[in-house]
Design a protein around this ligand. Structure first.
Ligand code: ZN
Length: 166
């Protein structure tokens, strides 16, 4: 168990493009374990490697209620999208802020697992949103680059439901 420091907005590493993972050895396994520990400790639902300062195309996501069902995406690529969802979105690298972001409602993502096997996964709703958000990190984009507007402190507190934002 080891957590790493989460880089916050203003750190140039967050604006750089991450590199394809070709090594599925011990170092990559250790990075993934640390990313999971870091995400859970920060009570986040997703974390991309650049957020801990490592420019590799690795994402961890856990949108389950119990936070016990992680999805690990290595070299992820969205190969199909459909529909649209508007909703509030936050980021561990942009603490205390949220914004309205429109994302696809469904995505199909192709990625490699820890063994380097290529897998496809379909996701919808909040999981689809998280996948899009985290893959943006791998290309050096924060949600601030794609948002409609920021939420006010009052809106953040009142937990506005998805698709119910003006
Ligand atoms: Zn983020």
């Amino acid at each position: 168990m080891a957590t790493r420091i989460i880089r916050v907005m203003g750190d140039p590493v967050l604006n750089k493009k991450a590199k394809t993972v070709t090594n599925f050895g011990e170092k990559t396994v250790e990075l993934i374990e640390d990313m999971l520990d870091t995400m859970y400790e920060a009570q986040g639902v997703g974390l991309a490697a650049p957020q801990v300062g490592i420019l590799k195309r690795i994402v961890v996501i856990d949108v389950s209620e119990e936070q016990d069902d992680p999805i690990i995406l290595i070299n992820p690529e969205i190969i199909e999208t459909s529909g649209e969802q508007r909703g509030g979105e936050g980021c561990l690298s942009v603490p205390g802020r949220q914004a309205v972001v429109t994302r696809p409602r469904h995505v199909t993502v192709q990625f490699q697992n820890r063994n380097g096997e290529t897998i496809q996964r379909e996701a919808e709703g909040f999981e689809a949103r998280a996948i899009c958000h985290e893959i943006d990190h791998l290309d050096g984009r924060l949600y601030l680059d794609v948002m409609e507007r920021e939420l006010t402190a009052e809106e953040i507190q009142s937990h506005i439901p998805e698709d119910d934002l003006e």
